[in-house]
Design a protein around this ligand. Structure first.
Ligand code: BES
Ligand code: ZN
Length: 875
């Protein structure tokens, strides 16, 4: 009979949990835990079964019982208990139908504090010179079932009353404040207040030696940042961002922070970046800690974004939760979008909305693959969930929200959101529930518009051309490999003509349309030579634009004459690059367009110019070895003048963005092989290596110097490699370790690459960090592939249950750019692929094929040689 419950995507809903009383006793040295779950279960329909999730737990069968009324004489035991491993469920069959209404289900169990960074796991840290274990939970998506038996789906919200028995000297945290603490010799029993209704994936516990700093929000909510002992100073920045974000969200969502306290904890071993557990948010150290002396400006920004993101979830995700994982994007897309809103308010000088276009761009890159997926994706098995924490849910999700926000207007959007939060508080919602609220508030057909973006994969490229005073527009799905596919979107089109005042908006609903822009052109009568037209004003739309030659020339003029906004400058080069990769535009015209950015000095724009430049530099060796040096020379010239302006040394009072720009430019010049930058990086590294307090190499530019050192490092002189390892070993900051790891394999020397890769698999590198060491040089990629195959068994075993395995596959596969290699890789994986990384593998292979296709396109670009000569000479 338990058979009936096999292979089902969701638990049956004839019974639902209302309240969990969970007792857990971890044994931190033996890495074991035992526990009891007493669950108030509401039987809703006649049944003899209770079906709930459990995985990797030993359930003590004789302990399982159901008390059907308040008198314990009504306690019954199940006839059978079956644990279905594959489905991660536990089926209890009773001898007769269960009484409708509430009963108490009691289950005793035990398990292992695992090393997999999921469920209830152990993390290692040093305390008073000794290595210690910290007990930590990470339940999203489907791993609460690895800690206690439960209805482990977001829609089964219940109240949680947690009790922990732990060594008395440790700090023990959970979602709610401590209600009682009883000491008993070396141990203490800590109980916490009962939580409001919440989903299982948000339950959390952390037990270890921890120290904290704290503050209060304007509402008096206590916020703490917990770190390893001695590191609390590094939590100050995050605490400040947290307090400000909470104050802001309370107004924005028009609902107070739902819990009495918020703790944020830095965890030494952590699979993701951060996790929004209700009232107990956990972070990787690099995503929470900031120290002005050791951290870069980029990492400061990253901390702010991460904190703002996780705290947004306290409303969007925790208070109102997705009904099923299909709607994961509601959680992630929204938290991502709102985090920019908060960071923009807190740090207006960061120009963070312009930086948001990085997210849009990565969403577009992934969504241009046939192996992408719609934002709303069907989930048929728990093991499919992890794979959709990707750029589609996050970046495309956040970007289509931005598109809708700009279409409806900020006020209307906020009002609707506030009423959505109020309406679904302590409950669950689906994507269409949000659209319904927005539709009601705005009177616009939000559902139809948005369905076209969330239910269908991909996005369009809008081709535009002028025909006297009419603009012809047509849409077609954009795919990176240049192929076409059917797909029509309802596109909120915007454009402006020769000036930002001179603009128009309309909705494109069909494949093609003709627009009268007479009025726009008339406004600019007599100034034909300076005519330009930009579609997708400020890149609020999730689509690309392809201009005919005449319009493209006008845009290039607008860039040279500095007429465009930062966002439009970014969008123009980003679209041109994507079209070039898809062979819908030539490399020669992309290079000429890049040339129009030679006077640019803004971080956000140059960052995109740099990323386009590096992508070009990365394929020209394969595509056109004869021209490759000249192309790189042109790219170096393009970046050299802004780099010279900034220099290597921090200028007093310089902006946050300039500090980040210096880092980007120097790194790019090193990667492009610019001799003077590489030499200067090495010179500064010498000084720094011998005197770590020297100011010649501040954290922002350190990685550029490290990569420079590795570029010149060979197996006959391994000084650079050895020195970097020394820095790694002596570093106290996780961020510093990451900088070193990210540099080691960038050497062109194959044997050094091999050493660097082998180092990743040693005890000296935490499992959470190894993927960051896969920055392999083009010269080292074959070595990396051989290494990967040889170590596959170990790698797949070690990272199997973490999202990091996808990261390994992606990083290694994406190094290649030929059809043959993609075939070879596909064959290798034929009998090795697993659902957790299957999607990542297919996408990476498609990227390899796309690059191979691009290379063919570059080879057939007949004007390339001439254009390159011209540009390089000019430079
Ligand atoms: N809910 C996620 C954490 C998560 C990720 C759980 C993957 C399970 C699987 C969290 O809110 C999140 O999105 N974290 C991001 C950081 C954020 C700033 C985008 C992360 O971990 O990268
Ligand atoms: Zn999130």
């Amino acid at each position: 009979m338990a058979e009936d419950f096999k292979g089902q995507p969701r638990l049956p809903n004839f019974a639902a949990p209302r309240r969990y009383d969970i007792f857990l006793k971890p044994h931190l040295t033996a890495c074991l835990f035992s526990g009891t779950a007493t669950i108030t279960v509401d039987v809703l329909l006649p049944t003899q079964f209770l079906v709930l999730n459990a995985a990797d737990l030993s359930v003590h069968t004789s302990s399982v019982s159901l008390t059907t009324s308040t008198t314990s004489s009504d306690t019954i035991s199940p006839l059978s208990i079956e644990l279905l491993e594959e489905d991660e469920i536990m089926v209890l069959q009773f001898g007769s139908q269960l009484p409708l209404g509430e009963s108490l289900l009691t289950i005793e169990f035990s398990g292992t504090l695992n090393d997999q960074m999921r469920g209830f796991y152990r993390s290692k840290y040093e305390y008073k010179g000794q290595v210690q274990n910290m007990a930590v939970t990470q339940f999203e998506s489907v791993d609460a079932r690895r800690c206690f038996p439960c209805w482990d789906e977001p829609a089964f919200k219940a109240k949680f009353k947690i009790t922990l028995e732990v060594p008395s000297e440790l700090v023990a945290l959970s979602n709610m404040p401590v209600s009682d603490e009883k000491f008993n010799g070396d141990l203490k029993i800590v109980s916490y207040d009962e939580s409001p209704l919440m989903s299982t994936y948000l339950v959390a516990m952390v037990i270890g030696h921890l120290d904290y700093i704290q503050g209060l929000t304007t509402d008096g909510v206590q916020v703490r940042v917990y770190t390893q002992v001695g590191k609390t100073d590094q939590g100050k920045f995050a605490l400040d961002v947290a307090l400000k974000s909470l104050n802001l969200y309370k107004d924005y969502f028009a609902v107070p922070y739902p819990l009495p306290k918020l703790d944020m904890v830095a965890i030494p071993d952590f699979a993701a970046g951060a996790m929004e557990n209700y009232g107990l948010v956990t972070y990787r150290e690099v995503a929470l800690l900031f120290d002005a002396r050791f951290s870069s400006a980029y990492s400061k920004q990253d901390v702010a974004i991460t904190v703002a993101h996780e705290l947004a979830h306290q409303w969007f995700g925790n208070l109102v939760t997705m009904e099923w994982w299909t709607h994961l994007w509601l959680n992630e897309g929204f938290a991502s979008w709102v985090s920019y809103l908060a960071v923009d308010a807190i740090f207006p000088e960061w120009n963070i909305w312009t930086q948001f276009l990085d997210e849009t761009s990565s969403g577009m890159m992934l969504d241009a693959l046939s192996e992408s997926h719609p934002i709303e994706v069907e989930i048929k098995h728990a093991n499919e969930v992890d794979a959709i924490f990707d750029s589609i849910s996050y970046d495309k999700g956040a970007s289509v929200i931005r598109m809708l926000h700009s279409y409806l207007g900020a006020d209307c959007f906020q009002k609707a959101l506030a009423s959505y939060i109020k309406q679904y508080a302590y409950a669950n919602a689906k994507t269409e529930d949000l659209w319904a609220v927005l539709e009601e508030e705005s009177g616009e057909p939000v559902k139809d518009l948005m369905n076209s973006w969330t239910k269908q994969q991909g996005y369009p490229v809008i081709s535009v051309k002028m025909n006297s005073n009419k603009l012809l527009v047509c849409q077609e799905q954009f795919l990176s490999d240049g192929s076409s596919a059917a797909g029509t979107w309802i596109v909120p089109l915007t454009l402006c003509c020769s000036s930002y005042e001179n603009s128009k908006k309309f909705i494109l609903t069909s494949k093609s349309d003709e627009l009268d822009i007479d009025d726009l052109i008339l406004n600019k009568k007599g100034k034909q030579e300076t005519f330009w037209l930009k579609v997708n004003t400020n890149q609020t739309g999730f689509y690309r634009v392809k201009y005919d030659d005449e319009l493209a020339a006008g845009l290039k003029y607008a860039i040279q004459a500095d007429k465009l906004s930062l966002m439009d400058k970014i969008g123009t080069i980003d679209d041109a690059n994507a079209l070039c990769v898809a062979c819908k535009g030539t490399l020669s015209s992309l290079l000429s367009l890049l040339d129009a950015y030679s006077m640019e000095s803004d971080y956000t724009v140059l960052k995109r110019v740099i990323s386009v430049s590096l992508k070009i530099a990365n394929v020209v060796d394969d595509a056109t070895p004869d021209l490759s040096d000249k192309i790189k020379l042109f790219l170096i010239k393009l970046l050299e003048s802004p780099a010279e302006k900034l220099g290597w040394d921090v200028k007093e009072g310089e902006s946050h963005l300039d500090t980040m720009l210096r880092a980007e430019l120097l790194m790019a010049l090193v990667r492009l092989g610019n001799t003077s930058t590489v030499d200067e990086g090495i010179r500064r590294f010498y000084i720094f290596f011998n005197d770590r307090n020297s100011s010649v190499l501040p954290p922002d530019i350190r990685k550029a110097a490290y990569v420079a050192v590795m570029q010149k490092c060979t197996s006959s002189d391994k000084w650079g490699y050895e020195s970097l390892l020394k820095i790694y070993r002596e570093a106290h900051q996780s961020e510093e370790k990451m900088r070193v790891l990210g540099s080691l394999a960038s050497s062109p020397d194959k044997s050094i690459v091999l050493d660097a890769l082998n180092f990743l698999l040693t005890d000296e590198v935490r499992n959470q960090d190894a993927v960051y060491g896969l920055n392999v040089s083009n010269q080292g990629r074959e070595t990396a592939w051989e290494w990967f195959k040889e170590n596959w068994e170990y790698i797949s075993k070690t990272w199997v249950s973490t999202p990091l395995l996808s990261g390994f596959v992606k990083s290694i596969v994406s190094l290649f750019a030929s059809y043959e290699k993609s075939k070879e890789i596909e064959e290798f994986f034929a009998n090795r692929v697993k659902p957790t990384f299957e999607r990542a593998l297919k996408q990476s292979l498609e990227r390899v094929n796309t690059k191979a296709h691009w290379i063919e396109g570059v080879r057939s670009d007949e004007s390339l040689a001439e254009v390159v000569s011209h540009l390089a000479d000019k430079a």
